[in-house]
Structures are given as C-alpha cells and as structure tokens.
Design a protein around this ligand. Structure first.
Ligand code: NAD
Ligand code: WQD
Length: 344
C-alpha cells in the first residue's frame, strides 16, 4: 500500500513517515523543502531502516506533481504541505492562499485524474478561532481569525464540496491542537527557522542556551494562573492519529472532521514548571504584554476521534517535555550536522 505524504520532510510529516514505514506502508514524500531539511528523511530512514521515496517538488508545480502520480501507484494521500506561520499569513496573505489553497486544489485535481480518492488533511484547531465554550467539539462554530486559519477552513470546505460532487471520495479533516515533543530517539524533531513563534520550541532554545529567557505573553487571562491555556499533544500520538484516520479512509467513504488533542489544557507557566522538573534545567521568564490575537483557553473534546477512529492520545506533558529536550539537547542547532544526505 503506497501513501503519498505531502510535506513529509516537515515536523509532523517526518514523524508520520516513521509510523507509516513501521506499519509496513510504502511512503512517497513530496516536499519543496521551503520549511524543512531533507536530513529529516535521512533520519526517518535511520530510525525505521526503510527508505521513503523523495521528490523535491512544489505542489504548485502541476507537471512536477503529475509525474509523481504517473510514476507511482498511490493508494491514499496524507496532506501536510502548507505554510503555517500565523504572523506571516497576515503580512503576505496572497502567498498563503496561493500556497495552501491553490496547492491543495492542484493536488486534488491530480488525485481525481489518477483516481486516488482518499485523503487525510492537516487542518488545525485554529479554524475555531476564539471558542465560545471549551472543550471544543467538531461542530463548534468555525471562525478563524487570520489568513492562515482561513486557508485551513477554505480547504476543509473545498474537500467537503469534492465529496458532495463524488461520493467515492473518503476524506478525514484532522484538526490538530498544539503538537509538541519529538520522536523518542531524539533523531527527528521540530526545527523552526529563526526565532520560534511557538511556546515549546522557544522554551527548548532557552534551555539549550540559545535564548536568554522566555517571554510569557500575558498573565491576566481568565485562567487559574493568568497565562494562556492550550491542549498540547505529543507529535508521536498525533502521527499515530494519522494512521487511524488513514485506516478509516481506506475502508469507508465520506468526509469527517476530527479533533486531535488530549482533552486537557495546560497553562504557559505549568508547561515551564513541567519542563524544569523533567529536565532539571531552569527556564528564566519575564511576563510581557499579551500577544495580539491570542485567546485565553483552548482545548479539545477528543471524544469523536476515540469513538470513530479508535484513537486517543497516550503521552502526557512529562513525555512531551522529555522528548522535546532530548531532541533539542542532541541537536542544539537542528538539522545542521554534516552528514551524508541520501535525499539530495
Ligand atoms: P512544517 O512546516 O514542518 O511542514 C510542512 C512541510 O510542507 C514543510 O516541509 C514544507 O517545506 C512543506 N511545504 C510547504 N509548502 C509546500 C508546497 N507548496 N509544496 C511542497 N511542500 C510544501 O509544519 P508542520 O508543523 O509539520 O505542519 C504540517 C501541517 O500541519 C501544516 O499543514 C500545518 O498547517 C498543519 N498544522 C500544524 C500545526 C503545528 O502547530 N505544527 C498545528 C495545526 C496544523
Ligand atoms: C501557546 C501559548 C502563547 C510563545 C499556534 C497557532 C495555531 C497552531 C499552533 C497551526 C499561548 C504562549 C507562546 C512564547 C508565550 N498552528 N507563548 N511565549 O498560539 O496556541 O497556536 O500554534 O495550526 O494556528 O496560532 O501556540 O505555541 O504559539 O502559544 O507565552 O514565546 O504560549 O501566548 O498562550 P498557539 P503557541
């Protein structure tokens, strides 16, 4: 069974490639490397002993992507490829709409042409915007507050329309909450460019000495300690959720959205304390102004994924902190170590 993984060299994609290869799937990765390093795929090979096929192709390159469909008998697609920085999406919205939405349309055209009608799509909890109530269920109002989130909502709508037009499609829309952590080997993990936007990579860079302290964005939210609360999920649990969703798309037609989260929220300061406890490394921090557009509390109701995909998160925040630290301490500068690269 051959699975096309778009964005497979990225953070969540590389972890999902490991799970797919270990489960016996053949993996074909398409990635333009705009936000990733092909060394991640070397490491995937090293962990699993199985080699994914790699195409350095942009989804916007219709002809290039078509050759991937022509050269491989693809059974299903897991579609991670996309740009994901909320702030950038506000600065360069057209770039985000073109890359994420147009890229998905080109992909789906080719899937239709080559009769590949099974897709697992990386959506995001960001489609909910500021939730009216928590925990958030899949039928909550969708109200994204930035262009990035709107690309995700638009793609969800496009995929639903495709299903309505042709009931042979099978589509899983996975709304991830806050993925953190890394593979337990410490060989693959999140390797952000420049200053990390997200909490856990920032904490990890403070711990490894690359940043002096964490700026905590606001301590006056209506939460127990005043700092923002999120549903952090271990990236390996998330990757396993993709295999469960893939199982469903391989066996049933339809279109469905699923929250992939733990169902528990933790505050910024709880995460700092847990990281310090697990690693023994102090994380100095300063409370600064709240970040524009941030919400106070966001966590999932993951009941539907449990009931329909037989998936639930297994790893807690101590494993998330432990594995983040293992990755960061073994790879303080990310994927930069000189090594022979099989995929370039
Ligand atoms: P990532 O940036 O590490 O991975 C995305 C990959 O897609 C990168 O390797 C990038 O080079 C590739 N890519 C981007 N545009 C492409 C294009 N036009 N053609 C080919 N390749 C392209 O991000 P990630 O954290 O692994 O996220 C994967 C997916 O999950 C994204 O769609 C993201 O929006 C979504 N998501 C991520 C999070 C998160 O917090 N990390 C949360 C919710 C949803
Ligand atoms: C978590 C908490 C911050 C950094 C974003 C995207 C979302 C999704 C995941 C893709 C918040 C606080 C953070 C820092 C801090 N991505 N924080 N200091 O904002 O929930 O979601 O990433 O779909 O779309 O919006 O995650 O990790 O940025 O923030 O105090 O340096 O940590 O205010 O409370 P967020 P995050």
């Amino acid at each position: 069974m051959a699975i096309l993984v778009t964005g497979g060299a990225g953070y969540i994609g590389s972890h999902t490639c490991v799970e797919l290869l270990e489960a016996g799937y053949e993996v074909i990765v398409v990635d333009n490397l705009s936000n990733s390093n092909p060394r991640a795929l070397d490491r995937v090979y090293e962990i699993t002993g199985k080699k994914p096929t790699f195409y350095e192709v942009d989804l916007l390159n219709h002809a290039g992507l078509e050759s991937v469909f022509r050269e491989n008998e693809i059974d299903a697609v897991i579609h991670f490829a996309g740009l994901k920085a909320v702030g950038d999406s506000v600065s360069v919205p057209l770039h985000y709409y073109q890359n994420n939405v147009t890229g998905t349309i080109i992909l789906c055209h080719l899937m239709q042409k080559y009769d590949v009608k099974k897709i697992v799509f990386s959506s995001s909890a960001t489609v909910y915007g500021a939730p009216e109530t928590v925990p958030i269920t899949e039928d909550s109002l969708l109200s994204p507050t930035n262009p990035y989130g709107r690309t995700k909502q638009m793609i969800e709508e496009i995929l639903k329309d495709i299903y309505l037009s042709d009931k042979k499609w099978s589509i899983a829309l996975l709304r991830y909450f806050n993925p953190i952590g890394a593979h337990q080997s410490g060989r693959i993990g999140e390797d952000p460019n420049g200053i990390p936007n997200n909490l856990m990579p920032y904490i990890a860079q403070v711990a490894v000495g690359k940043r002096s302290h964490l700026n905590v964005f606001g301590a006056e939210y209506a939460t127990p300690d005043g700092t923002g609360v999120r549903d952090y999920i271990h990236v390996v649990d998330l990757a396993k959720g993709h295999l469960k969703a893939l199982d469903k798309t391989l066996n049933e037609v339809g279109v469905d959205a699923y929250n992939l989260g733990t169902g528990r929220g933790y505050s910024v300061l709880e995460m700092v304390k847990e990281f310090e406890k697990v690693t023994g490394v102090p994380i100095p921090y300063k409370i600064v102004e709240a970040r524009q557009g941030d919400i106070a509390i966001c966590y999932a109701d993951p009941t539907k994924a449990k009931a329909e995909l037989d998936w639930s998160a297994e790893k807690g925040i101590s494993e998330m902190c432990r594995d983040t630290w293992k990755w960061q301490s073994l790879n303080p500068d990310g994927y930069v170590i000189e090594e022979k690269n099989l995929f370039l």
